[in-house]
Design a protein around this ligand. Sequence first.
Ligand code: FES
Length: 166
Amino acid sequence: MIRGILTRHTGLLNQVRFGAAPFARISNTLLSAGTNTAWKRYHGHLHKPKAGEELHVTFILKDGTQKTFEVAEGDSLLDIAQGHNLDMEGACGGSCACSTCHVIVDPDYYDALEEPDDDENDMLDLAYGLTETSRLGCCIKMDKDKDGIRVALPSMTRNVSSTDFE
Ligand code: FES
């Protein structure tokens, strides 16, 4: 339901993230109020891509800079981000039980992704700064169809604890 409400506003957010520079300030304001990103973990589990089978992923960082990596099939966006010391928390260790690996997928690549399952949708509903093309980094595993994918890291993420449900 929350996603449905937000879809009306995500066109603007995606323009902000992936190309409409004049709106960048709006995006930063929308995505920066709120929760913490003060800590990070660096424990990615990357595989070395086989020669000639390298896949590519570009992360748009919180400051707008872009980092492109050659990666192996099967690696998740969470593994890739953490393996390259990007600021992706991954509090649940990639078990789809938090929303701290939230990424905003470039709309040009979103339709190539498999539909999120119910668990991912439930966690996405709790993600801070949710957009129409939001996904969880631990649920997206690289394959040939995703070669070249671009994702933005939101300015803030929100972790969920048992106290949030009390
Ligand atoms: S790392 Fe927790 S949902 Fe992806």
